[in-house]
Each structure stands twice: as structure tokens, then as C-alpha cells.
Design a protein around this ligand. Structure first.
Ligand code: PAF
Length: 267
């Protein structure tokens, strides 16, 4: 497995990579969810590229960025075992040599769900993903469906800008109690972790969004939103208070009438 820090070095060697290229962009703190993306890429492609880059521009809250977990050594060992060929480890000065003067804004779906309480989040995500896709130039790029809104926006962005890449959505990987794997799970207290195990069940078992919201509140979670879009009931909750607060997202498939899907233009 080769590790590259310098983007100009990467750009010089990229044309020499033969065969199909799969790409998994991450912010590190790799868990089974990320590893499932890496394994899918290694199976589908001749070469798999992983990027680990904690993208400051997608954090609207500096405290959230400061406490984002970093486990580089373990990440590299896990990546190697998952079949990664190349790891990109760029830094802010290389990714944002423009000082973030150029930004990719989406003005509709990005303002909903996570966009309502995380202003600027999806602009940061789309901008960095566009840059990374341009750098790696993959045949396929892999994203987890836990971040359903992110996946939908990235797929739509690539279609909108005629980008020659297939965006592959991979199923959510869950803990035994149903909690979706997330780098943020390791920030939960023991009590928070126990409560978090009920998030998925309460989202999945409710008869409608409002009942899901009520169930989550009654269990002791602060609910940012519960909303069904594109046949998925999506939710975001905060578990814990103050310094111990952790924001989690999840989504579950639900049956909805075809004509009630609000995502038909972009999904
Ligand atoms: O899903 C993530 O980890 C990030 O949003 C991504 C896609 C790597 C962009 O920073």
C-alpha cells in the first residue's frame, strides 16, 4: 500500500495507474462501514484509492471539528487489510490552496434535513468531493447510505456536472443493536451508547414520522428532524448534553406512494 501526502506528486503519478480505479473518500477514524466500502471497491476495481482528510469546511461548529476522532495508524492497518492500494493524506493548504474562494453550492435539497441545523455543511462536502474526484479521477466512487442526503447530493452533483464517474451507494453497516456504524459513536458515553441503540428501532418501528419523533423525544434524545424523503425515513438526533453531546444520523426504508416522492428530480 502506497501513501501519498503531496498532491502534485499524486497528480504526476495518477496517469500511470492502469485498469479501473475505485475511490473511497473518508475523514478517517475508519470503522466497519468504511471497510465495507473499501472491500466493495477492491472487489469491483483493479486499483482502490482511499483518501483520509478531515474536511474543516464541512464543520459548521469548530468544537465538533476539534473533537473529531483521529486514528491514523489503525486506519492505515485496516485499509491495507481491506485491499487498498493508494492512500491520499493531503492537508488543508493543498486542498484549499484557493482559501475556499471557490465553493460548490446546491440551493434546494442541501437546505433541508441536515442543512437546516448545519449551515454550510453540504457546501463544504460538495466542494471537497468535487476536488477529490477531480484529483483521483476514479471510475467508481463509494459512499455509505447512512449519509443518504450526502449520497443523493453527490450523485446529483456528478450528474449535473457531467462527471464521468459512477457513484455507488453501499448499505448501512450496523452494530448488533441496530446502531449505524459512525466515527462519532466512539464519542458517546456508556449511557449515551445504550440510548443510541434505540435510535434505529424507534425510527424504523414508528407508523409515521411524527410518531418516530415523539418516540425519540420520549426516550430522551433531542430530535433535529425526522422526515421521509425518497422512500427513506431520515432522522438526526443529539444524544447527551453540553460537552458530551453527540449528533447522530440514520435512515430506514419506508413504503411510500410513488407520486409522493419529493426527490424525483434529483434522486
Ligand atoms: O462522509 C464523509 O466522511 C465526508 O463527508 C466526505 C464524503 C469524506 C467528505 O469530506
Amino acid at each position: 500500500m502506497n501513501i501519498v501526502h503531496c498532491l502534485s506528486e499524486w497528480q504526476a503519478l495518477r496517469p500511470s495507474l492502469g485498469g479501473s480505479v475505485g475511490f473511497v473518500p473518508t475523514m478517517g477514524a475508519l470503522h466497519e462501514g468504511h471497510l465495507s466500502l473499501l472491500r466493495a471497491s477492491a472487489e469491483d476495481n483493479d486499483v482502490t484509492v482511499l483518501s483520509i482528510y478531515v474536511n474543516a469546511t464541512q464543520f459548521n461548529d469548530p468544537a465538533d471539528l476539534a473533537e473529531y476522532p483521529s486514528t491514523l495508524e489503525a486506519d492505515l492497518a485496516a485499509a491495507k487489510a481491506a485491499g487498498v492500494d493508494w492512500v491520499l493524506l493531503p492537508d488543508y493548504s493543498q486542498i484549499y490552496a484557493d482559501g475556499y474562494r471557490y465553493q460548490l453550492n446546491e440551493e434546494s435539497f442541501s437546505q433541508q434535513l441536515c442543512g437546516t441545523d448545519r449551515p454550510g455543511h453540504f457546501t463544504g462536502v460538495l466542494t471537497v468531493v468535487m476536488k477529490l474526484l477531480n484529483l483521483v479521477s476514479p471510475d467508481r466512487a463509494y459512499f455509505g447510505l447512512k449519509d443518504f442526503q450526502q449520497f443523493t447530493l453527490i450523485k446529483d452533483m456528478c450528474r449535473t456536472f457531467f462527471m464521468p464517474v459512477e457513484i455507488v451507494g453501499c448499505e448501512i453497516v450496523r452494530e448488533r443493536d441496530g446502531l449505524a456504524m459512525s466515527s462519532r459513536n466512539q464519542l458517546l458515553t456508556d449511557q449515551g451508547r445504550q440510548l443510541a441503540g434505540r435510535f434505529n428501532q424507534l425510527l424504523a418501528n414508528a407508523v409515521d414520522d411524527e410518531h418516530a419523533r415523539q418516540g425519540l423525544c420520549a426516550a430522551g434524545m433531542q430530535v433535529a428532524y425526522v422526515e421521509t424523503v425518497g422512500a427513506r425515513r431520515c432522522g438526526a438526533v443529539v444524544i447527551g448534553e453540553g460537552d458530551e453531546a453527540v449528533r447522530l444520523i440514520d435512515n430506514v426504508p419506508v413504503d411510500v406512494a410513488e407520486d409522493s416522492l419529493p426527490l424525483q428530480d434529483i434522486a
